[in-house]
Design a protein around this ligand. Structure first.
Ligand SMILES: [Fe+2]
Length: 264
C-alpha cells in the first residue's frame, strides 16, 4: 500500500553555487519544487567541505548561502537546516581542530564522506579518522556507505562502524541503480541486513541522477519493505538526528535486528 508520508532529506547540495551541486538560484527553486512534490518537508543543506581547501571565509560563505536557501524554501513550505559533508582526507584533523566544518544544525552529528573514486581505505585512514571525530564530541554520519566498496560490500566492516556508534546513510540514487550494479547490490545488501539508518538523496541537480526523489524511492521500496521500516529510514531517524537523539535500527529480521542502536 502506498501511503502519503512526509520525508526528511538530511543530505543534499541544494545550496547553490558553492560546490558541484545545484549551480544557480533558478535551479535551486526547481529542486525545492521537486522536493515539495516528493513530500520532502525538511532539508539539511550539506555542501562539500574539503580540508586543506576551505577556510573560515568559505565556511561563513556556505552558511550565508544556506540562509539564502532557507528563505527561498519558505515559498515551498520546506524547512532548511545547515550542515556540510566533510571530506575525510589526510588534512581533515586540521579542519576539525580549527572548527572548519558545519555539524548538522545545533547537534553533535557530522556528515562525513570518503573518496568515492577509490576503494575504502585501511583502518589507519578510515576507522582512525572516524574515532578522532568521535572523541572530539561528534557522531559521524557516513555518507553513501554503499559507494566505497567497488568489489562488493563488507558487511562486517559496516557492522563494526555501527557498533562504534556511527550512523550509516545510503543514497536513494544507489538503490535506483544510478551508480551501477555493484553499488545497487551493496545498497540492497545493507538494507536487507538491517545495516542502514537513513536514506537520503544527496541531491546535486533538479534533473538527472541525484535529485530530490524520495517519493519515487519510497514507492519502489514499499513493494517489498514495510511501512515502518521505510518511515524509520526516511523520516524517524532523520528527525532523531535533527533532535540530537539516538537513531534506531530497522527491524528487517526481527530475531536479529530488533534492538535500538544506543549512542555512547
Ligand atoms: Fe553529497
Amino acid at each position: 500500500m502506498i501511503t502519503k508520508m512526509q520525508f526528511i532529506d538530511i543530505h543534499g547540495h541544494y545550496a547553490w553555487g558553492i560546490d558541484d551541486g545545484i549551480p544557480t538560484q533558478d535551479e535551486a527553486i526547481k529542486a525545492l519544487q521537486m522536493a515539495k512534490e516528493n513530500n520532502i518537508c525538511t532539508i539539511v543543506a550539506t555542501p562539500h567541505v574539503v580540508p586543506g581547501t576551505h577556510n573560515e571565509t568559505d565556511i561563513q560563505h556556505f552558511k550565508e548561502r544556506i540562509a539564502n536557501l532557507k528563505a527561498l524554501a519558505q515559498n515551498e513550505n520546506i524547512e532548511v537546516y545547515e550542515g556540510c559533508e566533510l571530506f575525510l582526507n589526510h588534512d581533515y584533523i586540521n579542519s576539525i581542530n580549527q572548527q572548519l566544518f558545519i555539524p548538522i544544525e545545533n547537534t553533535s552529528y557530522l556528515l562525513v564522506e570518503f573518496d568515492v573514486r577509490k576503494e575504502i581505505g585501511k583502518e589507519y585512514e578510515v576507522e582512525d579518522y572516524l574515532y578522532e571525530i568521535d572523541i572530539k564530541g561528534y557522531t559521524p554520519i557516513i555518507a553513501h556507505a554503499e559507494r566505497y566498496f567497488p568489489h562488493g560490500i563488507d558487511l562486517q566492516r559496516i557492522e563494526q562502524w555501527i557498533d562504534s556508534g556511527y550512523v550509516i546513510q545510503v543514497n536513494a540514487s544507489s538503490l535506483l541503480g544510478v551508480h551501477g550494479k555493484t553499488v545497487k547490490n551493496n545498497a540492497y545488501q545493507l538494507l536487507n541486513n538491517g545495516l542502514i539508518h537513513i536514506i537520503a538523496t544527496d541531491t546535486h541537480r533538479s534533473q538527472g541522477h541525484r535529485i530530490p526523489c524520495l517519493q519515487e524511492i519510497y514507492q519502489l521500496l514499499s513493494k517489498k519493505y514495510d511501512y515502518q521500516t521505510l518511515k524509520t529510514l526516511m523520516y524517524d531517524n532523520p528527525l532523531h538526528i535533527l533532535q540530537n537523539e539516538s537513531v534506531e535500527m530497522i527491524q528487517v529480521n526481527q530475531s536479529f535486528f530488533k534492538k535500538l542502536f544506543k549512542r555512547r
